[in-house]
Each structure stands twice: as structure tokens, then as C-alpha cells.
Design a protein around this ligand. Structure first.
Ligand code: KIV
Ligand code: ZN
Length: 388
């Protein structure tokens, strides 16, 4: 089996649709260019039938981006697919992504149809999309809650109609990692033409398991992962690109898989998306949170000063963050204070470490984090007192 995992970014489609106010064409282009530099294989950038603004941004991005394949979304109806083709045709190569619900909950209550009607709509949509491109993705919306028999049937029909990627979304973030990997295993074992398409996964984070579910599907044989920068997306969001990319990178030897992601671009892209989307990143967010590479306890700081792999499984530089932060708090020990004073240009003889450490602890108890300026003020006071 191929050991490359295709990274499909949907920040500008599934991510953007969850924002309180939509992005301008210029802002979307800025994000698309940053995502291109990040090295994603496919970027889904909009739903062009939805509005003239969305059509224009898909077209602008398709015209400009050269190193990632640009994709747009369509329901399984001709007008949507036509809008995708019309907006994307300025690119040399592009992907059309069409979808329809497959779970009983959606088919009976939302679409109010029989499964066989929905299957026929999917077949027609994929065939229609193939008139414009040989790169057609088909998604079974709410696949996570679809019976495995119906899912296998739909996937087989979509591939026969010409889908080259079949996407299995956990649309409502409901499945458990072992259930999700079992869906992929069963597709691989039961769908006779499955080798003619790539299996993709698209997980939502309603129970905080989007990344875990995506990883277990990849380990079971999915070879495309759909994700967004900072995990932005509907409700609790989507699988986070930076997390999945760094899992595959950090555990590459064990997993034997790789992506085309330029990891050093991660921090920059995350910051841009957070700023333009007005979506702050939580401090303890894996990989890109402001605390992801900062250490507070004295034991950890002492370890870090001896060898960085004691408490870091990847370096901040590897994801484009300048350096590890050792926060000075009441949990810090003498070792880190001495080290910080040296990096501020002080020699051992310039200060009494025991006295400084006592004053530092008193200040840290009062104000929490102690900064370099505070340390220098403490030294100044100590020296003033000893001179008077
Ligand atoms: O979550 C979902 O099911 C989707 C599909 C359109 C792929 O976003
Ligand atoms: Zn989604």
C-alpha cells in the first residue's frame, strides 16, 4: 500500500463556513497562498454555487495557486457541479467534490427519500462531474452513522461512476477511533473496486476525537486526510492539520507514512488563519498554542536545560516557532534563574543566587509569571541594599 498520506485542506470551505463573518476574496487568497506554501496536496476553497462572492474567490484562487490542486464543493446536483466547473476551469487541473447523505437519519429525515434514490443521485452527480475533470471526489455525508452495508454499496457505486477519491466523513464527530478504523477496514475488504480509488477521511471534533479518529483511519488504510488549520470548522471544528501532520512526522518511523507538508510553515499559517478569521488559538492547543513549547515546573526546566528531548518530542523550530520558553514562576528552580541571568549577560559574581532566588519566589508568589525586566529590577534592589 502507498505510504504517502494526501493532505486535503478545507480551511477555506468547511472552516470558513463556521466563521461569524465571512472572509473577503483578498483574505481568502492570502490564506490560500500560505496553505500552498505549507505544501498541502489539495485545497478545498469554497462552495461556488452558494454566492457570487464564493464563486469569485474560488476562481481567483484557482487562477493563482499552482502547487496545490484546487477543489470546490457541490451537492449532488448539476447546478452546483456546473458552478464548480465554471469557477475552477481557469486552473490547469482541478478537483470537483460532490456529496450526498447516506445515513438513515439524513436520508429519511433530511432528504426524505429512499436510499436507492440517493444512490442514483450520487451516480448521476459523479458522472456529470467527470465531464469536466478526471479528479472527482465523492463524500458519503454522515458516513459515521451509516450502516456498513449501505456505505459499501454507495462507495462501490460512486467508484463505478468514476469517483477517484471516496471520502468517509464523520460529519457529527460521533464515532470512536476503533469504530472508525473498522469502517475503513470493511470498505477495503468488502468493496470489490476499492483499489480504483483513494479512501479519504473527514472527521469533526464534537467529542474531541477528530484527530484520533483520522489517525486510526489512516492506520487502517485511508490515504487522504481532510483537515483545517487550527482545526477550525462547524461546531467544535474539524481535524486539525498541524496535529495530524506532526503526528505523522514525529511517529514516522513507527508508522512508515509521510506527507508533503513543509512543517516549518505551520506556525506562520496558523497565525495568519487565526488573525484573519478572528479565531484566537487556545494557549494549550497542541503544536501551535502559545504554551505548546513552554515549560513551567522547576523539574521540567532543569531537564530542558540538560537536554531538550527530556520534555519535548519535537522542537519548536521544526514547526516554525522561534524557541522553547522557560516561564519563570514560583515552580521554577535555581537552575533556570541562574541560566536566565547568564543569558541576560550577568556573571555568577554579579549577584548572590540564594538572595536573588528568595526575592524571586516572593515576587512570583505575588504576580505569577516573572519576566526578565523583573529579574533585573530585583538584582538592582539587592545591589542597592548591599551598597547602603
Ligand atoms: O462534514 C461533512 O460531512 C462535510 C462533507 C461535505 C464532506 O463537510
Ligand atoms: Zn465537514
Amino acid at each position: 500500500m502507498n505510504n504517502q498520506v494526501i493532505v486535503f485542506d478545507t480551511t477555506l470551505r468547511d472552516g470558513e463556513q463556521a466563521l461569524a463573518s465571512s472572509l473577503s476574496v483578498h483574505e481568502k487568497l492570502q490564506i490560500a497562498l500560505s496553505i500552498e506554501q505549507l505544501g498541502v496536496d489539495v485545497m478545498e476553497v469554497g462552495f461556488p454555487v452558494s454566492s457570487p462572492g464564493d464563486f469569485e474567490s474560488v476562481q481567483t484562487i484557482a487562477r493563482t495557486v499552482k502547487n496545490s490542486r484546487v477543489c470546490a464543493l457541490a451537492r449532488a446536483v448539476e447546478a452546483d457541479i456546473q458552478a464548480c466547473a465554471d469557477s475552477l476551469k481557469v486552473a490547469d487541473q482541478f478537483r470537483i467534490h460532490t456529496f450526498i447523505s447516506t445515513s438513515d437519519i439524513h436520508v429519511l429525515q433530511k432528504l426524505r427519500r429512499e436510499f436507492s434514490d440517493v444512490e442514483q443521485m450520487a451516480i448521476n452527480a459523479v458522472k456529470f462531474a467527470r465531464r469536466f475533470t478526471d479528479d472527482v471526489e465523492f463524500s458519503c455525508e454522515d458516513a459515521g452513522r451509516t450502516s456498513i452495508d449501505n456505505l459499501c454499496r454507495m462507495v462501490e457505486s460512486a467508484i463505478n461512476a468514476g469517483a477517484t477519491t471516496v471520502n468517509i466523513p464523520d460529519t457529527v464527530g460521533y464515532t470512536l477511533p476503533n469504530e472508525f478504523s473498522s469502517i475503513v477496514e470493511q470498505l477495503l475488504n468488502r468493496v470489490p473496486n476499492i483499489d480504483k480509488a483513494i479512501i479519504s477521511v473527514h472527521c469533526h471534533n464534537d467529542l474531541g476525537m477528530a484527530v484520533a479518529n483520522s489517525m486510526s483511519a489512516i492506520e487502517a488504510g485511508a490515504r487522504q486526510v481532510e483537515c483545517t488549520i487550527n482545526g477550525i470548522g462547524e461546531r467544535a471544528g474539524n481535524c486539525s492539520l498541524e496535529e495530524i501532520a506532526m503526528i505523522l512526522q514525529t511517529r514516522q518511523k513507527m508508522l512508515g507514512l509521510h506527507t508533503n507538508i513543509n512543517h516549518k510553515e505551520i506556525a506562520k499559517t496558523s497565525k495568519l488563519v487565526s488573525e484573519l478569521c478572528n479565531m484566537p488559538v487556545q494557549p494549550n492547543k497542541a503544536i501551535v498554542g502559545s504554551n505548546a513549547f513552554s515549560h513551567s515546573s522547576g523539574i521540567h526546566q532543569d531537564g530542558m536545560l540538560k537536554a531538550s528531548n527530556t520534555y519535548e518530542i519535537m522542537t519548536p523550530e521544526s514547526v516554525g516557532i522561534c524557541k522553547t520558553k522557560l516561564n519563570l514562576t514560583s515552580r521554577s528552580g535555581r537552575h533556570v534563574i541562574k541560566h536566565r541571568m547568564e543569558s541576560l549577560g550577568y556573571n555568577d559574581t554579579d549577584f548572590d543566587l540564594d538572595k536573588l532566588y528568595q526575592d524571586f519566589l516572593a515576587l512570583a508568589d505575588k504576580k505569577g509569571q516573572v519576566f526578565d525586566d523583573d529579574l533585573e529590577a530585583l538584582i538592582f534592589n539587592i545591589n542597592q541594599q548591599s551598597n547602603s
